[in-house]
Design a protein around this ligand. Structure first.
Ligand SMILES: Cc1cc2nc3c(=O)[nH]c(=O)nc-3n(C[C@H](O)[C@H](O)[C@H](O)COP(=O)(O)OP(=O)(O)OC[C@H]3O[C@@H](n4cnc5c(N)ncnc54)[C@H](O)[C@@H]3O)c2cc1C
Length: 385
C-alpha cells in the first residue's frame, strides 16, 4: 500500500519518536514513523540502560506530551580524579542552588521512556506508525522522498528524517559517509543498591583505567555506567557478584556507602562517529544517525533530543511552502554542527586527557575549575542544554 505524508521518520527510538511528536504539535504535519522493533512488554524485566537527561531534554520530552518528569531528579554532581574519594581535592562539585536552577538533570530508564513516547505516537491522529516494518530501500526524486518497506508498504514524503540510529540505513542508502572510530573501550551498565541513601547526588570518578559514573535512580539505587578499556571490561564481566562488588566498591571510594550489584551487566562498545553531512535536499539526520559520542558526559540522547527540537523549530519557522528545502534544512544543520562538534570534541578531549600523560594536569585543572565559579557556571550551562 502506498501513502503520502509531509514527513517520514525512519526509526522509532527515543529521538525519532520525539521528532514525530514535535512535528505533529508544532507543524501540524501528517507524519509517518517506521520502526522495525517496537517496544516489548517484557522489556522492563532485563538489565536496563539508564540515562541522564538534561533539563533541556526534559523540556523537549514534556512538550512531546509526557505527563510527568521522566525520572529521578538530582541537584548535585561531584566529579573527581585520582586515588581516594572526592575529598582528596581534585574534584568539581556542581550544585543546582549555586547555579540558580531546580535540578541539574534526572536519571531515567530508557525503555519506559521510549514506551511512553511510543504510546503517545500511537494515539496521535497526525502520526501513522508503521510498526515492525524495516526500511528496504530509500530514494529521493525532485519533489518527493520515498521509503520502501520490507512488508511492501511504500511511503512518499516531502521530508525524510533519519532517526534510525548509529547504523542508519537511511544514511547509507543516500550514500552519506559516517566516519567512526572505536575508543577501545566498553561501557558496562548495571544497577547497584547503596547502603547510604543519597538520591540527590550523581558521582563521576576518572581513574587511570576508566570512568565510573554513579547515577541516582532513587534514594538507594544507583545506575552504574563504567567505561573501561575492553580487556579490563572483559575481566570484570567474568567476575562473580562478590568479585565485581569488591572492584566496584574500590572504584567508588565509598561515596554512596557499600554498593551491592542488583541487576546483570549489559555492555556496549564505545565509539565516536559523525555523518559527513546532516541534511540535504529532502532529508535530515538526527540523533545517533547523525553522530555518536562517548557516554562519559551522558550527552548522546540529550544531543539527539536537541537535534529533534532544532529541526522542528526550523521547519515550523518556515511554514509549509519549502518543506524539505536544503537551504532551510541547512539552518538546522549549521546550528547543530556547531553545538554537536563542541560537545563531541569536548567529550573526546576529556577522555583523552584523563587517559594519557595529561592525566595529572587534567586533575589539577579540575580543582582550578572548581575554584572558578564563572567557568564552572559556563560548563554547567552547556551540559544542561
Ligand atoms: C553505555 C551507554 C550509556 C549512555 N548514557 C547516556 C546518558 O546518560 N545520557 C544520554 O543522553 N545518552 C546516553 N547514551 C546515549 C543514548 O543511549 C543514545 O544516544 C540514544 O539512545 C540514541 O537514540 P536514537 O533514537 O538516536 O537511536 P536508537 O535508540 O538506536 O534508535 C534507532 C531506532 O531505529 C530503529 N531502526 C534502525 N534501523 C531501522 C531500519 N532499517 N528500519 C526500521 N527501523 C530501524 C531501531 O530499531 C531503533 O529503535 C548512552 C549510551 C551508552 C552506550
Amino acid at each position: 500500500m502506498s501513502a503520502r505524508f509531509q514527513a517520514a521518520v525512519a526509526g522509532g527510538g527515543t529521538v525519532g519518536l520525539a521528532c514525530a511528536l514535535l512535528l505533529d504539535r508544532r507543524c501540524d504535519w501528517d507524519v509517518a514513523l517506521v520502526e522495525r522493533s517496537p517496544p516489548r512488554d517484557e522489556e522492563g524485566e532485563g538489565p536496563q540502560r539508564a540515562l541522564t537527561l538534561s533539563p533541556g531534554a526534559v523540556e523537549v520530552l514534556t512538550e512531546c506530551g509526557l505527563p510527568s518528569r521522566p525520572g529521578h531528579a538530582f541537584s548535585r554532581m561531584v566529579v573527581w580524579r585520582g586515588e581516594g574519594g572526592p575529598a582528596s581535592g581534585n574534584s568539581i562539585t556542581f550544585d543546582a542552588a549555586e547555579l540558580g536552577v531546580k535540578a541539574l538533570g534526572c536519571v531515567a530508564h530508557q525503555a519506559p521512556l521510549r514506551r511512553a513516547l511510543w504510546d503517545l505516537a500511537q494515539d496521535c491522529r497526525g502520526i501513522r506508525v508503521y510498526s515492525g516494518a524495516e526500511l528496504a530501500s530509500v530514494r529521493i526524486d525532485e519533489d518527493c522522498g520515498h521509503l520502501d518497506l520490507d512488508n511492501g508498504d511504500e511511503i512518499g514524503a516531502e521530508l525524510l528524517i533519519g532517526a534510525d540510529g548509529a547504523q542508519s540505513k537511511l544514511r547509507s542508502a543516500l550514500g552519506i559517509e559516517f566516519r567512526s572510530i572505536g575508543y577501545g573501550q566498553t561501557g558496562l551498565v548495571f544497577e547497584a543498591d547503596c547502603s547510604e541513601p543519597g538520591g540527590d547526588t550523581a558521582w563521576q570518578r576518572f581513574a587511570d583505567d576508566g570512568v565510573l559514573a554513579l547515577l541516582p535512580l532513587s534514594e538507594t539505587r544507583m545506575s552504574i555506567v563504567w567505561s573501561l578499556p575492553d580487556e579490563r571490561a572483559e575481566q570484570l564481566k567474568r567476575l562473580d557478584d562478590k568479585g565485581l562488588e569488591a572492584e566496584l566498591n574500590e572504584a567508588g571510594a565509598g561515596v554512596a556507602g557499600n554498593l551491592v550489584a542488583a541487576t546483570p551487566i549489559a555492555s556496549f562498545p564505545l565509539r565516536r562517529g559523525k555523518a559527513e553531512q546532516a541534511c540535504g535536499e529532502r532529508y535530515a539526520l538526527v540523533g545517533e544517525a547523525a553522530r555518536t559520542v562517548h557516554p562519559l558526559a551522558g550527552q548522546g540522547l540529550n544531543l539527539g533530543l536537541g537535534d529533534a527540537e532544532a529541526l522542528v523549530r526550523v521547519c515550523a519557522g518556515q511554514g509549509n511552502a519549502l518543506i524539505g528545502d536544503a537551504r532551510v534544512l541547512g539552518r538546522f544543520a549549521r546550528e547543530r554542527a556547531r553545538y554537536g562538534e563542541e560537545m563531541s570534541w569536548g567529550i573526546h578531549a576529556i577522555n583523552a586527557a584523563f587517559e594519557g600523560a595529561m592525566a595529572p594536569l587534567a586533575a589539577l585543572g579540575m580543582g582550578a575549575v572548581d575554584r572558578a565559579p564563572p567557568l564552572k557556571r559556563a560548563l554547567a550551562a552547556r551540559a544542561m542544554r
